[in-house]
Design a protein around this ligand. Structure first.
Ligand SMILES: Nc1ncnc2c1ncn2[C@@H]1O[C@H](COP(=O)(O)OP(=O)(O)OP(=O)(O)O)[C@@H](O)[C@H]1O
Length: 289
């Protein structure tokens, strides 16, 4: 049986005005509602990235795997907390700081292998505790080495119903930004543009992976470009039938935007751009032959 991992932090925090026992280990974030809940002054956190739907989690006891936490962000008190610094002066005078809440964004598994970004906000009795929570969660996320930090993205604007650019900008880019993933985005100008760019020009050392926004034909371009480049960089002649091919060190992520998206469906289990973006963010991978 797997040993439960050591708890890094345990606190009584509030979720939507109810008291919860919240704990963090290297593998799990858990929040469990208390039966009796003493009242202290609550506030509603303000949400700043409204570009896609999110769900607020509550419930009696919930756990989220640390590997499926997308990010954590500090919240500010809505009333009296203005960015001009005036609220800071007032609160400093009163010996208080209103940065007392944080929000955890995480993967929620839905029907038909779809993933969504859910969130839960915790209110702390004091700012220092809030900071400890945010720092501890961020430290755990930073320790995950399989997550990509820099991605090279190719968008085929003519895939499927020609929605590739829109899908990327509306559904994928905001999630990458939330997760702190930086991107270099290239919109292809003609067929084989991505393949040829990967073969010759792309500065692959700067990236942890390549993302293909399009259909199966686009994926084929990316994989051919990467395989070719890996041979050239490794001193192998890609045209020699006797040579053993070198594998590519870069992973490929697929954001489905084509008409069939078979490869995406076969690897992720759905052809949903948000699901694919979340798989990429948490660093999920599988080998294909
Ligand atoms: N800018 C572009 N203009 C024209 N064709 C392009 C461009 N970029 C890529 N292509 C080519 O378009 C072809 C089809 O694209 P893609 O596979 O992305 O979409 P699809 O055919 O709609 O989807 P599926 O292959 O899943 O049915 C690819 O083989 C690719 O080489």
């Amino acid at each position: 049986m797997e040993r439960p991992s050591r708890l890094l932090l345990v606190s009584e925090l509030r979720v939507r005005n109810s008291a919860y026992d919240v704990s963090l280990s290297r593998s799990l974030l858990t929040w469990k509602r208390r039966t009796s809940s003493p009242v202290y002054h609550p506030f509603r956190p303000r949400f700043c990235v409204p570009s896609f739907p999110r769900r607020q989690a509550s419930g009696v006891c919930r756990s989220v795997s640390v590997s499926e936490i997308i990010s954590v962000r500090e919240e500010e008190e809505e009333n009296g907390c203005k960015d001009d610094g005036s609220w800071k002066k007032i609160n400093e005078r009163e010996g208080k700081d209103c940065r007392q809440a944080f929000t955890v964004l995480y993967v929620e598994r839905c029907q038909q292998h779809r993933w969504r970004c859910a969130e839960v906000s915790f209110t702390c009795p004091e700012a220092a505790l809030c900071q400890r929570w945010v720092t501890s969660i961020r430290e755990q996320l930073a320790a995950i080495t399989s997550r990509p930090k820099q991605l090279l993205v190719y968008i085929n604007p003519y895939s499927g119903k020609q929605h590739g650019k829109h899908i990327y900008e509306q559904k994928v880019a905001p999630l990458f930004a939330l997760a702190g993933v930086t991107t270099h985005v290239i919109v292809t100008e003609h067929a084989n543009y991505a393949r040829d760019h990967l073969r010759t020009e792309a500065e692959l050392k700067k990236f942890d992976g390549v993302v293909c926004v399009g259909g199966d034909g686009m994926f084929s371009e990316i994989i051919h470009g990467l395989i070719w480049r890996s041979q050239i960089d490794g001193g192998v002649d890609p045209n020699c039938a006797d040579e053993s091919l070198l594998p590519s060190s870069l992973r490929i992520g697929i954001i489905p935007a084509g008409s069939t998206d078979c490869i995406c469906f076969a690897t992720v289990g759905s052809n949903d751009p948000v699901t694919s973006a979340l798989h990429i963010i948490v660093g999920q991978s599988l080998h294909i032959n």
